[in-house]
Each structure stands twice: as C-alpha cells, then as structure tokens.
Design a protein around this ligand. Structure first.
Ligand code: TXA
Ligand code: MG
Length: 323
C-alpha cells in the first residue's frame, strides 16, 4: 500500500519518519517529483532501484535543506559557493568531490569519488529535508524509462503499491529536472541542461561547454540513458508540418492538421512550456494511442534558456529504445 500524505505538518512529519526508517517516499520539488530514500542507507537506496525497475545502479542526486548540509557531503570550491549563493535553493545540482567524512552511501554515489548535491526550492521539500536531517537520494519518481512525474497523480500512476508513500505538494512549477554541473575538473562541465539556464550559469562561471543539439546522442553523465524520457509512441522532432495520424506537441501558434494537440505554450513562453512538458507527453501518448495515432510530432523549440532543457528531454524521448 502507498500512503497518500498531504503537505500538512503531520504529513511532512510522517514522510520524514518513513524516510528515516529506510522507506521510500515520493515528494514534490520545484522540478519534478523525486523518489526519496535515506541516501546514507544502502538498503534504502537499493529499494529505489527496485521500485523503479532501473536496470543499472546509476549515481543519484542527494538532496539537502541548505548549502551547509550539502557541503558536508561534497567539497565546495569557491565557484561552488558562489553558485550555491546565487541559485540555491533552486534547480541546480553540483557534482563535487566527496568529503572524506561524508555519509552518502556508496550505492547512492555509485562508487564514484564524486557526489551530486542539490538544495531544492519549495517549502514542503525544505521542511521534509530538514526533518529528515540526512541526505535524501531522489531520482525522478517514475518507472525506469518512463516520463518524469510533475504531480502526485503521475507518481501514483507508475508507482502505486511499489513505494511507501507520496507527499503531495501539488504540481511542480519548473517541470524539468535540475541542471547538473560537474565542478570536479579544472573548468565546469554541463552534464544535463535543466531548470537553471546555461545563460544564468555563465553569468557566474563564465563560458561553459554545453553540447545541446539533437545531433548529440552520446550519454555524457553516468546513467544518462539516451531514451530516458520515453513515451510509448515514437517522437518526431522539429516538425514543420503535421499529419492527421500524428499528435502535435505545439509551441506557439499551432500548425494545422494534427489528430490531437497539446500546446506547451500558445504564447511561446519557455517557462510555461517546461512546466507543461511532461504532462503533455503523457497526454499525447495515452490519448494518441487510444485514438490510434501513430506518433507524436514536436514543433521546434528555440535553443536558448529553458529551451535547451526542453530540447534535451525531447531528444531523449525520440531516441531509439534500448532492447
Ligand atoms: O530535478 C532533479 O534533479 C530531480 C528531482 C527529483 O530533484 N532528480 C533527479 O535525480 O533527476 P537523478 O538522481 O535521476 O539525477 C541523476 C543525474 C544523472 O544525470 C546522473 O548521471 C547525475 O545526476 N549524477 C549523479 N551523480 C553523479 C556523479 N557523481 N557524477 C556525474 N553525474 C552524476
Ligand atoms: Mg528521471
């Protein structure tokens, strides 16, 4: 049975107790719902992989209530401190060398000498993390290979009965996962575009390398399966036209002629589009399949700001499925 907890003080306290007892609790962050477990407990972390049916032990992001707690697990550079000052709490994950006295389990860190740390924004998430008082590992709360959940209902659709509880804090305002930035080398490397834009990072870091085209298909970060965000219907990118047997993922004014439409943002706003992306993929996938449509056609998304993260998730959705 999966308990549904509301975002009251009692609900948060119950969620924290479950996490401290090694159980699995999905909770909302500003990006997507995470499937949380005590990151210091190998057995709890193993339950994440089992519940998600994830075939491999990818390194997971550890979540904290504040930067001080995060830097007890990852060694901060000067740049890490400046980024934290500017963007935390918020959708930025930093990959840092592990602290010698750190408590994150080897399974959560996948045995790497580095650890991914993040301080999410959102009063419920922050209260939960503060109450747990330990690092909380949390990949997106979906079955492996499925679209990430942006509300508690999506979580239950995939994981009902497989996890101990879901703490419902409503829909996620950002809608795409955090930006992952590797600070372990001589210069910062963008491992995953996400909720903090490259342009905003560069104001603090200077230029950073960021492969961000649909042509780029090699995983750059451990555990980045190309087809991570996969709907069931095939996805066609940068569609300039659309057929009646296609479901259109529109951005801005719609191309006419589709069998079904979800408009990410009629006004062409990237923040609105990011927040509506995963819900749109789910809708077009299930409703499109029900109507016998043959694929999803996605209109072009500009390669700027949050558009990079949206393009990255669409590229993954369109990648060939692993066998
Ligand atoms: O928005 C988010 O970040 C969501 C919400 C729930 O917080 N969480 C999330 O977590 O996406 P997860 O664990 O699925 O993200 C893992 C990403 C992968 O791209 C992984 O390869 C990278 O972080 N990562 C984790 N540890 C790493 C490490 N030590 N070195 C390089 N990449 C790492
Ligand atoms: Mg995910």
């Amino acid at each position: 049975m999966t308990e549904r907890l509301d975002a009251s003080a009692a609900g948060i306290a119950r969620a924290a107790d479950l996490l401290r007892a090694g159980r699995l609790v999905a909770f909302g962050t500003e990006t997507v719902y995470g499937l949380g477990a005590d990151a210091t407990d190998d057995a709890a972390v193993a339950r994440i992989f089992a519940a998600k049916e994830r075939p491999r032990f990818n390194p997971l992001i550890s979540h904290f209530a504040d930067a001080e707690a995060a830097f007890r697990e990852g060694v901060p550079t000067d740049l890490a401190r400046r980024l934290a000052e500017r963007f935390w709490p918020g959708p930025l994950t930093l990959v840092l060398p592990r602290q010698p006295g750190g408590t994150v389990s080897d399974l959560a860190a996948a045995g790497l000498p580095s650890v991914a740390v993040r301080v999410p924004r959102g009063t419920v998430a922050t209260q939960l993390l503060r109450a747990v008082g330990r690092p909380v590992a949390a990949p997106s709360a979906n079955l492996s290979g499925k679209v990430s959940p942006s509300d508690a209902y999506h979580v239950l659709r995939g994981l009902q009965g497989r996890i101990d509880a879901v703490l419902d804090s409503g829909p996620c305002p950002v809608g795409v996962e955090s930006t992952v930035l590797d600070l372990t080398g001589t210069s910062p490397v963008l491992l995953r575009p996400g909720g903090i834009t490259v342009e905003a990072l560069e104001e603090v870091c200077g230029p950073i390398s960021h492969p961000d085209d649909y042509a780029h298909t090699l995983p750059t970060s451990p555990g980045q399966l190309a087809s991570h965000y996969a709907p069931g219907l095939p996805v066609r990118l940068d569609a300039q036209d659309v057929a009646p047997d296609e479901a259109l993922l529109a951005f801005g004014p719609e191309i006419p002629g589709a069998g079904l439409v979800w408009n990410l943002s009629p006004e062409g706003r990237l923040d609105e589009a990011a927040a509506r992306l995963f819900a749109g993929l789910r809708f077009l996938d299930s409703e499109g399949a029900r109507r016998g449509l043959s694929r999803i056609a996605a209109m072009p998304i500009p390669r700027v700001g949050l558009g990079r993260a949206i393009r990255d998730r669409l590229r993954r959705a369109a990648s060939p499925r692993p066998i």
